[in-house]
Design a protein around this ligand. Structure first.
Ligand code: PGA
Length: 248
């Protein structure tokens, strides 16, 4: 039985005050023995969240990490800096990074490796656009994105990582993949990993992301290969986020 994981992606939203209130409201809804719940916050709020979440059930992650270790990379944040902020996770390759900020399969693989060097669990985001789905390219795209990391990091590196399948057409659009559409891709991702290492394939958490909300979470999370969710919009509301967490 795989452990489930519900992860919020707050993106570039909120203020210091609203971030602290959201974090408090989520923590108030958790019991000391709850596990498998995390939020990915803007870099500048990680320090505040570190102070608030120490010894709590809520884990914290970053939304990206640099593809270099240190040096003259103005504006970037390294994995060791995130480690100092007590980050458990870092998203790598979110589709918004890939489409607006030029993250490539190769740089995403570097980010994945940088996170792991510091003991931060990379959450590798993969997924196809609507045009790619309509051209029957879904499996080719997710395989290419996954293989880029396996080639650079090695299959064993997936042991300490999470995968998030996020069809780009479902992100922030209100259109969710159907339970079966999502399961089909999750299963294919797990099978591709299993072809190289069955133990890792059995263990790795594969999250679904893309307009997951309280109303559709239960169905998605009940699918055999969907181990949790990466939640954007609905994670900005503590009650909705907790409802999704409780529906697992
Ligand atoms: P959404 O975002 O839940 O708002 O669709 C998901 C994500 O981008 O991770």
């Amino acid at each position: 039985m795989r452990q489930s994981l519900i992860m919020g992606n707050w993106k570039m939203n909120g203020s210091l005050e609203s971030t602290k209130s959201l974090c408090s409201a989520i923590m108030e809804g958790l019991n000391a023995d709850d596990t498998g719940i995390a939020v990915c916050a803007p870099y500048v709020y990680l320090s505040a969240l570190k102070d608030m979440t120490t010894n709590s059930a809520l884990s914290v992650g970053a939304q990206n990490v640099a593809d270099q270790t240190s040096g003259a990379y103005t504006g970037e944040i390294s994995a060791s800096m995130l480690k100092e902020m007590a980050c458990t996770y870092a998203l790598v390759g979110h589709s918004e990074r890939r489409s607006y900020y030029g993250d490539t399969d190769d740089s995403v693989a570097d980010r994945f490796c940088e996170a792991q060097k510091e003991g931060i669990v990379p959450v590798l985001c993969i997924g196809e656009t609507l045009a790619e789905r309509e051209a029957n390219e879904t499996f080719n795209v997710v395989n290419r994105q996954l293989d880029a990391v396996i080639e650079k990091a090695g299959i064993d590196a997936l042991e300490n990582s999470v995968i998030a399948y996020e069809p780009v057409w479902a992100i922030g659009t209100g259109v969710t993949a159907s339970d079966e559409q999502a399961q089909e891709v999750h299963k294919a991702i797990r099978e591709r990993i299993a072809a190289k290492n069955t133990a890792i394939a059995d263990k790795i958490q594969i999250l679904y992301g893309g307009s997951m909300k309280p109303g559709n979470a239960k169905g998605l999370l009940a699918m055999a290969d969907i181990d949790g969710g990466l939640i954007g919009g609905a994670s900005l509301d503590a009650a909705s986020f907790l409802e999704i967490y409780r529906s697992i």
